[in-house]
Ligand binder design. Sequence first.
Ligand SMILES: [Zn+2]
Length: 404
Amino acid sequence: MSSTTSATPAGATHGTTTVVTNIATLVTNDPSLGDGSPLGLIHDAAVVIDGDRVAWTGESSKAPATDNRVDAGGRAVIPGFVDSHSHLVFAGDRTEEFNARMSGRAYSAGGIRTTVAATRAATDAELEATLTRYLAEALRQGTTTLETKSGYGLTVEDESRALRIAAAHTDEVTYLGAHIVPPDHAEDPAAYVALVTGEMLDACAPYARWIDVFCEKGAFDGDQARAILTAGRARGLHPRVHANQLTYGPGVQLAVELDAASADHCTHLTDQDVDALANSSTVATLLPGAEFSTRAEWPDARRLLDAGVTVALSTDCNPGSSFTSSVPFCIALAVRDMRMTPDEALWSATAGGARALRRDDVGRLSPGAYADLAVLDAPSHVHLAYRPGVPLVSEVWRRGRRAA
Ligand SMILES: [Zn+2]
């Protein structure tokens, strides 16, 4: 043994330390830091990364010594986006459906069947190639945590393989066997619910963290949704709900009743629905890409925020109703058309997404969090809405390493 080998400090495992300095505006999402706002904004800031975690954040002039130094060049740094709602295990193409809809045809849940047929016919390798393509696309746009779902298989074999493929690429995997009643069960929806809560659940639970239901007219009603979510919970899966997207309905109340992490869409809400969300730990996840792509009425984000509801913003990336992986695009829509402030939209797309996944190790840049961050080619996060459609994400770091 050489006596000249330097000793590793005792205690927690540490990696190489790196300071990212000369940050014009840093969003920490820690209100105890910086300006004391919910975004915890620090100007002329630095972030110290130790291994895969954030070790320190503060003013550049006060940064501790590190092994490496990276100059952000006066750009803004934000937490990597936490996209808590996507459907990326799919095959097939629905360009023509979008084209027809933009020519005046109304959206109906039935369009999902097109993707189900193509997904069942695809090989594992084809599904995995599509998933990884869109994960990489999302990463380049600043998304460092991404949830995705099954829901285009709707058989025991096809749902479980979708989740197995998803679980190889993300920790946030959701079993959505209850996306629609498939055509082969159209005459007997009760038998399909029995399958989703029985044999299919058994096959899928090992690969998933969450269980979800599309609670909507034409999909699953409140009683069916309760039965499905309750069965999932008994198998250790946590509920989340596609709720109140196309019409008023029981989805939001059910999500709150079952302490779901998130009620997603929330486009058609009664005052009672808003009150229930405000008095719960269920996040309202808004998905403006869906309203954009179906030319539908926007969810009323202002009403939810003013009532004290925790709001997340996510893409709903899927081939039918919202084929965007761009969180910056959703932020721009939320600010322009849903009356969120630029600060609120940024928070909802980062810390809000983390809340919707019940995570506290992502969605913030303060000590202990994963070093997941996006560097913007702009002096502040406000530019994400101020310069819509412009690819401002110039660098992405995930788990302490440059990833895009
Ligand atoms: Zn969805």
